[in-house]
Structures are given as structure tokens and as C-alpha cells.
Design a protein around this ligand. Sequence first.
Ligand SMILES: *[C@@H]1O[C@H](CO)[C@@H](O)[C@H](O)[C@H]1NC(C)=O
Ligand SMILES: *[C@@H]1O[C@H](CO)[C@@H](O)[C@H](O)[C@H]1NC(C)=O
Ligand SMILES: *[C@@H]1O[C@H](CO)[C@@H](O)[C@H](O)[C@H]1NC(C)=O
Ligand SMILES: *[C@@H]1O[C@H](CO)[C@@H](O)[C@H](O)[C@H]1NC(C)=O
Ligand SMILES: *[C@@H]1O[C@H](CO)[C@@H](O)[C@H](O)[C@H]1NC(C)=O
Length: 384
Amino acid sequence: MYQSVNARETEMVYSPTHGPPPPYDSIDSLGKTVPKGSKWNPKNWTKVTILCVIAGAVVVIAAIIVGAVLGTKSSSYPDYSPLTYTLQDTYSGTGFFDNFDYFTGYDPTSGFVHYVDSSVADSQQYNLTYASSSSAILRVDTTDTNADTGRYSVRITSKKQYESGLFVFDILNSPYGCSTWSALWLSDPANWPANGEIDVVEAVNQATTGVQSTLHTTNNCKMNVKRKQTGDTLTKNCYNGTDSNAGCGVQGEPDTYGQALNQNGGGIYAMEWRSQGIRVWFFPRDDIPSDIPTDVSNTTAPDPSTWPTPLADFPNTDCDISSHFKNQSIIANIDLCGTWAGSTSVYSDQDQCPGTCSDFVATNNTAFETAYWEWASWRVYTAS
Ligand SMILES: *[C@@H]1O[C@H](CO)[C@@H](O)[C@H](O)[C@H]1NC(C)=O
Ligand SMILES: *[C@@H]1O[C@H](CO)[C@@H](O)[C@H](O)[C@H]1NC(C)=O
Ligand SMILES: *[C@@H]1O[C@H](CO)[C@@H](O)[C@H](O)[C@H]1NC(C)=O
Ligand SMILES: *[C@@H]1O[C@H](CO)[C@@H](O)[C@H](O)[C@H]1NC(C)=O
Ligand SMILES: *[C@@H]1O[C@H](CO)[C@@H](O)[C@H](O)[C@H]1NC(C)=O
């Protein structure tokens, strides 16, 4: 910076408006005369100057290339032309939970929770998973008044894995309340993050700020590209090694989750996963597209190409979706505290929850009466 100011002052000495013109005695490669003694005459350049000029040229060329690539990326967008879907699996009715393994053991995300097996969850005493002909419920224990090593809850993982598809989740009630960290997601936990993670619905504590939909991947999956979505972009790098593994998230409106969603009778979340990208739609109960049958016995497949703009759009522009996402099970759980809901900056500062997260979980059993999922059905369609 300081040098360039000096160079400009030197140049002004030769400027026609600042004194007589200098003697011209050389001609450059373009046929233009160059002032004798001028720094513009390459014959007068030192090796350092020449190196600087070359380096400058390299930087300019690199900038042009990077600019062109970024420019292409910022304007390109995948071709989400319609696929023909066929109903593959329906999760509904009294057998709903037969299609899942119950995760047990310590919580991988440091939650203050005991994930119980199906015999405890299904027991009359705890009744944490319960399916009827019309819905399936998954909830947190509300009976223990001294859960001082963590409260009972449930995490289920589908026995089946998927490689792509259209996933339609009909949600009647979403869990919320201080200390809760609830999610409806897809992952291959044994091969994380290599096979990716798709968080369709996720929220913490009172969840008044709306749903978050997020991808987590290995390196080279970014969302700083053109997107068509109604939600707000949070972080843009999906790589688990950036932003403390925040993933690339998109936030919905307040009525997409929690008490506001439940008061509206719930709604449908649909997630389409295909090589061109991953998109998530939210439809409130009174605004479900007519091509999504709510009658679970109706096998007609919907057509996302007729739907309005999705809440979240993760196009394949700067992320090879096919190589980053494989072998995904569908997972639903209600965690308590843990690295997101339980961090002081979120639990206390942002969400204004009382005391410490673990004290709340241990003692405030009745607070967990709002901590339950209720689903009418989950349906999975695959493209032929
Ligand atoms: C389990 O929960 C369901 C749904 O809330 C309820 O209808 C059922 O009566 C409960 N079962 C027992 C044994 O409490
Ligand atoms: C990201 O994933 C790698 C495994 O590929 C793991 O070693 C690392 O701890 C993860 N980082 C975070 C912040 O989760
Ligand atoms: C099944 O659902 C589709 C889409 O909502 C609808 O057009 C069709 O009439 C339904 N079929 C029956 C037999 O109800
Ligand atoms: C797919 O996921 C299942 C369940 O997590 C796992 O047992 C299996 O090893 C995975 N298969 C591949 C090929 O990664
Ligand atoms: C228990 O939970 C309820 C409902 O969330 C809340 O109003 C109350 O302040 C909590 N009590 C304590 C002692 O944390």
C-alpha cells in the first residue's frame, strides 16, 4: 500500500500536467514509446520487479479463473425434472414399531438420557412407544421424579436402509420443552459421516424459532450456491469438520415446529433425496397438496414437481449428493440436554430455560408431558 502511493507520486513527475515531457527513447512490444528511465520500461526492471510483475499476472489470471468458476456455480442449478415414484414402504398402524431397532446405551451426543430397549419402552409401566391403528407415539418418561442419571427416552432406527427416495412424514404432534432435542432424520450411524446424515426435522428446547433441516457430510459438500427455498440459510458448509459440526442448516418459520405446529393439527414433512439434490417441504395440516393422499391405504404416489418452493434446498452444484449420501436408515428420537439443547448458550441464554439442563431433566418429570412425537404414518416412495 505504502509503495504504491510512492509509485504514483513518481509517475506524476512525468505527467504532462506536472511539467515538461521526458525524453522518449525506447519502444515497447506494443509499439508504444516508453519514457527513458521510466519504470514502465522493462529494460529498467530489476529481477525483483520482474518477479513481482509475473506474480501479479498469475494472481490476475487465477482470479479470473476462480471468478469464472464461482460465477458458473452461482448461476447453475440442477434439473429437478419429475421422477415417477412408486410406494415402497408404509410405516403405520399397530405394527409401526416392528420395523425398527431400539438404540440402547450411552447417547453418542452426550445427552442426559437413557435410551431404553423395546421391552421397557413397550411396557405398561413406561409406555414410551405405543402404536394404534391411527397413530404411533414415541415419548419421554414423565413418571420418574429423581432421574439423577438421566431420564428414560427412545431412539428408533429403521431396519431398512435406503439409497434415495421421497419420504413423507405425517406428523400429528412434535416434542418440545426445556432440555429436549428432538429429531426425525436419516443416517448410517455405523458409517458416519462417510455416508452422510439428513436431518429432516430437528429442534431444541421450547423450539419457538422453527424447524431446522440440515445435512452433515465428509469434506467437499457446500451450499454457497444458487438455491430455491423459503427457509433461512444458517451455515453453508456441510463438512462435519467445520463450524463444530453444525452442518449446513436451513431454518423454517416458527409455525413449522413445536407448540405452534401441534396447535394447527401438525402437518406433513416431505424429503426428496435424489442425485440432483435433497429438498425438504413442510405443509401445515390445512395446506397439504392434493396429490399427497392422507388416507394411508391410498398407494397413489405424489409428484413433488407440482409442489410450491421447498423450505430447504440442498442442490448438487457444489456437493456430489450421490457419493455423500448412502445406506440411510430413518431415525427418530428425543434426546435430553446434550451438545446442542444442553449447552449454556442455548439452554439458558437463548431459550431462557431454568437452572441447569441436567437438574431440569432429573427432577421436573411433569415438564415432559409435551415431549412426544405422534405420527399418522411415514411413507417412502422410490423412483422407477
Ligand atoms: C399407552 O399410551 C397410549 C397413548 O397415550 C394410551 O392410549 C394407552 O392407554 C397407554 N397404555 C397404558 C398401559 O397406559
Ligand atoms: C468429523 O468426522 C471425523 C471422521 O471422519 C471425525 O474424526 C471427527 O471427529 C468429526 N468431527 C466432528 C467435529 O464431529
Ligand atoms: C388417492 O389419492 C390421490 C391423490 O390424493 C387421489 O387423486 C385419488 O382419488 C385417491 N384414490 C382413491 C381411491 O381415493
Ligand atoms: C448399512 O447400514 C446398516 C445399518 O446401519 C449396516 O449394518 C450396514 O453395514 C451398512 N451397509 C453398508 C454397505 O455400509
Ligand atoms: C418445570 O417445568 C415447567 C414446565 O416447563 C416450568 O414451568 C417450571 O418452571 C419447571 N420447574 C423447575 C423447578 O424447573
